[in-house]
Ligand binder design. Structure first.
Ligand code: CP
Length: 310
């Protein structure tokens, strides 16, 4: 197992998080810093993606590396029955780094056990999405000026939404207060509520999405109901449109509040919110490029500041 792998946000310390944020800021100022000359990176996407794959691939291109990979596993030999283990071992023969998204929870962790090539988890089922968390933290830091003492309201699919799970865990270092807004079927899972309790993180749970819950909110983190994780489609139909952010709901909120969403969006944010200065989700996605440049260089042990001085 390569210790530079990023599988869960739980794998990295507070200092490492802050260091990655500094590196993301560096890349925002120097997006075409060519430090990956001679490196080949694989992007293996067993599940659909727009932002994560394209921002990782843009990151490699802007850093001067090369990309191989796939965005549709049905075109690969996994459709002939090749195991994940064999796929990872094969790809490891060709590349310096593997970035992978898989529908099975634990797939990225498993991959680290069958190869010495570093692995970056680009999302594993409903489990974790640590690179999303780094871009979320970078977005929070940029908009709030700090990660400390913030009230973060998470709305929607808190059961299957891997981004909220990763973000919750990362925020344990920064004294947050969480408001969890979800229906019973999609409430924050017990293991994450237990995580809050074990780490002294304050949280409240709500079924109503109203001005009361927004009053002290600094970051409003909207999520999509994850249709692809439901085994019962009728249950999805029942809960899919329960929570929608309307523009007027932002009127009485704190001036510093920003609306984040990992995207893609379906119906959970009205289109006219896009023009509200508190909407930040498109900039958030842009920040993903810089955060992922930082993550890639860390995984490959590249001293970006030294390289910059040369
Ligand atoms: N936020 C996110 O993971 O988006 P994609 O599914 O488009 O990669």
């Amino acid at each position: 197992m390569n210790t530079n792998s990023l599988v869960s946000i739980d794998d990295i310390s507070r200092d490492e998080i802050l260091d990655l944020l500094e590196r993301a800021r560096f890349f925002e100022e120097h997006p075409n810093h060519k430090v990956l000359d001679g490196k080949v990176v694989a992007t293996l996407f067993f599940e659909p993606s727009t932002r994560t794959r394209l921002s990782f691939e843009t990151a490699v291109n802007r850093l001067g590396g090369r990309i191989i990979g796939f965005s549709d596993a049905s075109t690969t030999s996994s459709s002939k029955g090749e195991s994940l283990k064999d796929t990872i071992k094969m790809v490891s023969n060709y590349v310096d780094l593997i970035i992978m998204r898989h529908f099975l929870e634990g797939a990225a962790r498993y991959a680290t056990e069958v190869t010495d090539t570093p692995i970056i988890n680009a999302g594993d089922g409903a489990n974790q999405h640590p690179s999303q968390t780094m871009l979320d933290l970078y977005s929070i830091y940029k908009t709030q000026g700090s990660l400390e003492n913030l009230t973060i309201t998470m709305v929607g699919d808190l059961k299957y939404g891997r981004t909220v799970h990763s973000l919750l865990m990362a925020m344990r270092y920064f004294n947050p207060t969480f408001r969890f807004v979800a229906c019973e079927e999609l409430r924050m899972p017990k293991e994450y509520r237990d995580f809050c309790d074990a780490n002294g993180i304050r949280y409240t749970e709500h079924s109503e999405f109203d001005s009361d819950v927004l009053a002290d909110t600094d970051i409003l983190y909207m999520t999509r109901v994850q249709r692809e994780r439901f085994s019962d489609i009728m249950e999805y139909e029942r809960v899919k449109n329960l929570y929608t952010l309307r523009n007027d709901m932002l009127l009485e909120t704190k001036p510093n509040l920003r609306v984040l969403h990992p995207l893609p969006r379906v119906n959970e944010i009205d289109r006219d919110v896009d023009d509200n200065p508190k909407a930040y989700y498109f900039e958030q996605a842009r920040n993903g490029l810089f955060a992922r440049q930082a993550i890639i260089c860390k995984a490959l042990d590249i001293d970006i500041y030294k390289e910059a001085a040369l």
